[in-house]
Design a protein around this ligand. Sequence first.
Ligand SMILES: [Zn+2]
Length: 193
Amino acid sequence: MSRKESHDPELVDQLAYHYKEILRLLGEDPEREGLVKTPVRAAKAMLDATAGYRMDPAATASQAIFEHAGSRMIIVKDIEFYSLCEHHILPFFGRVSIGYIPRDKMIGLSKLARVVDNFARRLQVQERLTAQVCELLGKTLPNDGIIVACTAEHLCMKMRGVEKQDSATTTLDYSGRFDEPALREEFLRLCHL
Ligand SMILES: [Zn+2]
């Protein structure tokens, strides 16, 4: 999942300049030994964490769609992701489980994980991440229903004491036959949600 992209040196320089200013504004000395390389490292880390802006999830998904004769629910559980909340630019992270009812086609499992990664590596909110994965798969993969469940912990809530330390947030989106409560319940049960 952690495919490293090569970074535009000019962009790294500009971001590093601003990170250095942020360190100064925080009362730090950006020239002290431990911090000298921090602005450049922070710039590269931020570019990695937001690499999804430079990825095309529709292209990712359509790379691996195969013939499939079955019509039973297919589930991929516990796809790990890391994202940044757009309100505080602090990490939220967790797992996404995806279910779908195939219509003559199926999608490569690793591509599902890549689609999640493409959307996660942006400034996000959990609800939108969940909805975007559901919508994109609904459009690119021939199907009779898509369901996406996302469970995550938000550092912006934990670090600021807004949330109990062990709590997590779950979001759900679905389309097609997952309108049927029984099918949703089957998915949630199989995912242990
Ligand atoms: Zn936040």
